[in-house]
Design a protein around this ligand. Structure first.
Ligand code: 3H9
Length: 706
């Protein structure tokens, strides 16, 4: 429950608000602060007021969980509270420590003076939720920090260190440590007492460059894909700050309310909570022990192993890099150094920092040397025979209590665990290439994995700044199991008449970072060929186009061979439609007896996205994912699914599961289709028929009732 504390420090009323963990400005907090402000007005002993957040931070802003519920509009609104602060007859001083974001900063902007600690971070991140600052931020920030800086802060949504704002009118004092004592001192000073409280709204905004700056940023935003409404509306509101204050304020208000209803904002808000919900894992509580991880080992220095090593080195973890022979080890070291050198060249890392990271690396050809590591991650060739050799050796050399992880993307983690005499210490840590860049980490919980080992893996994910999602064991886990359905469907679309280019363009227009054929060329086709061959052998009746097999037979294995679905005469960034592939597709269609037809882009996007979510529904029903939002996070953080659409399962909920089901049944009637492929997942059928949604958590922006 939120707590509002009111006390007197000589002649100053100190109002402190607490609403852990981030002092969100919920209705109860707003009402509490408002009552305390009124009390201070009436308190003859109080000459000035200091407003501060408890627990070492000011506030992360409006309580996002209230959005879309009556509580967000209930009195006093944040705007009412801000008005009360700004028009207070007694001066109000905001004492800002730690985080001061969104509505929290808007509240502080309306105070008459602000004192911040040097390590505070201030920002208006609303655009990241598909919104704009809706409580005066677009009007007051430009008046205090200037138009250009305000545009940058509002359009990027990135927080700024208080030290960067020290020279602006936003901060009256910057202090080391807790700002409260200095704020009280300032509040009691004669400088404050002898003049009427200055109101931010009264500061004239007469920057002659206002329109030019706004036009320049609009032109830049228009080139961005996807084109999102929130940053544009934010720029409109900032431009309106040149008009009378109340006019600008009501334009901002209208835009905020309209943006709140956009699918983009709903998707982004869902993504925000979905990422945080991944940390809630069955069987793990705050008291589950976590093993200390001081040193790591990576087995295999190929592309994946090198990327994982860089991710660990970035987190400051000393590690052994183990390879089978000197040449492979040397190639791995060159890869790792290459990644760091690239970052130095781009100015993302200093040469000194690169050297410090490389100094943590201990290359070795001996498993024994790596035996002292607290966690070992295997990233060798995707074959059970090879994994057996590696895990048998690890079981022999690793110290008791070490965590043994496999980076397999499809193999059975339980089988791998059984290669050791300590299956409870084994789990999957599935990184995504490039492993030091991609945010997703699938943590695969084996049959025997203990909660302690799982909790430690999640802590490692956090240390590596990844979004860790727990998956059960199945072929492909969450992400690749769904991807398989998606790519199989993409190949069927080509058989029926679409081109790889049309499909890629349609999916990129939908918002995917890259279409499926460009992704295939990037990843390389040899690994997926091996997986298909295994599946054909293992799964009776497994149907899959042979078109990609034929591509491989031509030696077109993707970018690494200079050719795949596309030609790459000018390097990897410029895929060119290939005459060879066109011919291959034509002869393949003739061979399987399909006359090509014209396929609309909407059919492409529906078939591919519904293929994803139909498999997602099976994954959910099988208990491989704990909740539908975990599946969304896997696709947002690891597969380039557009964040404003919230993830494939959330997208399905927005479309309506009954509509999705009808369309899936239509696809099953396609004469050239694979009817078994389009058998609706039982969960999809059940929820659609009951008028329900995949997301049952209540955290979703459109279902929240808090
Ligand atoms: C706004 O202010 C609109 C106004 O302009 C106008 C209004 C009229 N509300 O991220 P963490 C929860 S829009 C509710 O893991 P960290 C979060 O869900 C708002 N809950 O910690 C999690 O809960 P749980 C503009 C919130 O240390 C817990 O706090 N503000 C909110 O890594 C811990 O979060 C933003 O967009 C919130 N505002 O990072 C700020 N914020 O434990 C969004 C967090 O149950 N927040 N929670 O899973 C952040 O960027 C980060 O959470 C923050 C802390 C940097 C604050």
């Amino acid at each position: 429950m939120p707590e509002i504390d009111y006390r007197l420090a000589r002649t100053v009323a100190v109002i402190s608000f607490a609403n852990p963990p981030v002092n969100g400005l919920s209705q109860a907090v707003r009402a509490g602060i408002s009552a305390a402000l009124r009390r201070a007005q009436a308190d003859p002993s109080a000459q000035a007021i200091v407003l501060t957040g408890a627990g070492g931070l000011f506030s992360a802003g409006a309580d996002i969980r209230e959005f879309g519920t009556p509580a967000s509009m209930a009195d006093p609104t944040l705007r009412d509270l801000i008005h009360l602060v700004e028009t207070s007859a007694k001066p109000v001083i905001a004492a800002i420590a730690g985080t001061c974001l969104g509505g929290g900063l808007e509240l502080a902007l309306a105070a008459h003076y602000r004192v911040a600690s040097a390590d505070a971070k201030l920002g208006l991140p609303e655009v990241k939720l598909g919104l704009l600052p809706g409580a005066g931020g677009t009007q007051r920030l430009p008046r205090l920090v200037g138009v250009e800086r305000a545009i940058n802060m509002i359009v990027s949504g990135e927080p700024v260190p208080a030290t960067d704002l020290a020279s602006t009118a936003l901060l009256d004092l910057l202090v080391d440590g807790d700002p409260l004592a200095r704020a009280v001192e300032l509040a009691a000073s004669s400088a404050v007492a002898t003049k009427p409280p200055p109101m931010t709204r009264d500061i004239p905004l007469d920057d002659p460059n206002l329109t030019t700056l706004c036009q320049a940023i609009r032109a830049r935003l228009e080139t961005q894909r996807p084109l999102l409404p929130a940053p544009m509306r934010a720029v409109d509101a900032i431009e309106a700050a040149g008009r009378p204050f109340d006019e600008g304020l009501s334009l901002e208000r209208r835009a905020f309310l309209e943006l709140m209803e956009t699918p983009e904002s709903k998707g982004l808000r869902h993504a925000f909570f979905a990422e945080r919900a991944t940390a809630k894992v069955d069987g793990i509580t705050p008291s589950t022990p976590v093993r200390p991880l001081h040193q790591a080992a990576v087995i295999g220095a190929g592309t994946m192993g090198a990327g994982i090593a860089v991710a660990l080195l970035d987190a400051g973890m000393p590690l052994w890099l183990v390879e089978a022979d000197q040449d492979a080890l040397d190639r791995g070291l060159t890869r790792i150094a290459g990644i760091f050198d690239g970052q130095v060249k781009k100015g993302k890392l200093t040469a000194g920092e690169r050297d410090r990271r490389l100094a943590l690396l201990r290359p070795t050809l001996s498993y024994e040397a790596a035996g002292h590591a607290d966690v070992v991650i295997e990233a060798v060739f995707e074959s059970l025979t090879v994994k057996r050799e590696v895990f048998t050796a690890l079981d022999r050399v690793m110290k008791p209590g070490a965590i043994l992880a496999t980076n397999t993307s499809t193999l059975d983690v339980n089988t791998i665990a059984d290669f050791t005499r300590r299956p409870s210490d084994v789990l999957g840590l599935h990184f995504f290439s490039p492993a030091n860049v991609m945010r997703l980490l699938e943590v695969v919980r084996g049959r025997a994995t203990t909660p302690e080992v799982l909790a430690t893996a999640l802590a490692l994910g956090k240390a590596l700044r990844k979004v860790a999602v727990v998956s059960g064991v199945c072929d492909g886990f969450i992400g690749n199991r769904m991807l398989e359905a998606y790519t199989r469907q993409a190949w069927y679309l080509v058989e029926e008449g679409a081109t790889p280019q049309q499909i890629d363009q349609a999916m990129e227009a939908f918002g995917m970072a890259m279409g499926p054929f460009r992704v295939g060329d990037l990843v390389g086709h040899d690994v997926s060929l091996a997986i298909r061959q295994r599946r054909r052998a293992e799964r009776p009746g497994y149907l899959c186009s042979t078109l990609p097999d034929k591509l491989c037979q031509l030696g077109r294995l993707g970018q690494k061979t200079g050719a795949g679905w596309y030609d790459y005469p000018e390097g990897p960034r410029r895929p060119i439609a290939s005459a060879v592939v066109e011919e291959l597709i034509t002869s393949h269609r003739a061979e399987i007896g399909v006359a090509p037809r014209r396929i609309e882009d909407s059919e492409i996007t529906d078939r591919l996205v519904y293929a994803l979510l139909n498999e997602g529904a099976r994954i959910l029903e099988d208990g491989i994912a704990a909740r539908s939002s975990d599946i969304d996070v896997v696709y947002l953080a690891g597969y380039g699914f557009p964040r404003p659409r919230g993830g494939p399962m959330f997208y399905a909920d927005q479309v309506g599961l009954d509509r999705v089901l009808r369309r899936v049944r239509e696809f099953a009637r396609n004469p050239h289709g694979d009817p078994a492929f389009w058998t609706p997942a039982p969960l999809l059928k059940r929820l659609a028929e009951a008028g329900e949604r995949f997301d049952q958590t209540g955290d979703s922006p459109s279902t929240s009732t808090k």
